[in-house]
Design a binder for this molecule. Sequence first.
Ligand SMILES: *Cc1c(COP(=O)(O)O)cnc(C)c1O
Ligand SMILES: [Zn+2]
Length: 368
Amino acid sequence: MQYRCNGCHTSYSFDKGRYKCDCGGLLQIEYPKKPLDFASLATCPERSLWRYAKALPPISWDIIQKITMGEGGTPLIRLEKHLWGKADYFMPTLSFKDRGAVVLVAAMSKLGVKHCIIDSSGNAGTAIAAYSARANISCEVFVPIETNAQKIAQIEAYQATIHRIEGGREATAQAALDRVELTHAFYASHVYNPLFWEGTKTYLYEIFEQCEGNLPQVLVVPVGNGTLLMGLTIALEELKSWGFITKFPLVVAVQAANCDPLAKAFSRGLPEGPPINNKPTVADGIAITHPLRETQILEALRFLRGTFITVTEEQILFAQRALALRGVFVEKTSAVNYAGYLNMLEQRKELKDVDTVIPLCGSGLKSF
Ligand SMILES: *Cc1c(COP(=O)(O)O)cnc(C)c1O
Ligand SMILES: [Zn+2]
């Protein structure tokens, strides 16, 4: 397993100290992976996302067994005649971030990491804190001062050290980076570290299996830092190169209208997000003004021939209530996906009769 720079293509061994290239570029991860054999997976007794271990970073079963909490294998819940929700709020820390966190922390464990640092608007920090606790790795989590009490209480329960930072999400990331430089702790960032995507890609493998090898025609996905979108993109490319699909489903990326740098860049054909005058949004988990991986995210969505859609604050709150009336209580950041679906139908009525999956990616207990 090795890192390679996205910019200058220098490769580096996978080790504790590195989170970016010497040139400043962001890293990707390379390792030998074998095509999945979905026919024989049907009888695989492993229910967690580790049933796909063949196509995941090489980590021993010994380590996996110590660290796994059975993450993955989440149900598809029928919401409307042609709409299903993939219920990732069933995850051990109640959001899809466990997919990425378990892979990253397992790899940290393999490296013998003792101490790590992460910054997040909440759920990624929570997931890394939980798995680190399990792996006996001490963890510092940097969050914006506005982060709500429930998310903080959950991080504290895992005995992570919390740093509440003023000045927004960017200032929080900077404070974490300063601390990484000072302490040389492992930077367990879901944005810098490409191993996180290797976990989030299992979201799509599961849908592929659950739909018996027929992906739905439309996949809706929220975009803040793009970890779910990038995982999904990797998985779609893999399924295509392994010969399981011949074309991509329509990928509809959703941002809050109050903070939509990537939706703007996409519609204007720009390689990165323009400076935006963002307003506060109830969707705190996707309120990212300058996503670090923006160029990659935009490239990925253009490569997939996907599209962006934005949703207003009223639409997000309406969607949260509408889902709750079906018994499904998700956090506002997650209600964004249903709001995006409804907006998509307004614009393209023909998609009403087309099978669609939206992620129900964070529990409602995380935001009120
Ligand atoms: C993190 C998160 C998102 C956004 O994911 P990105 O990887 O930042 O694009 C959306 N919904 C929930 C519930 C999240 O925890
Ligand atoms: Zn480089």
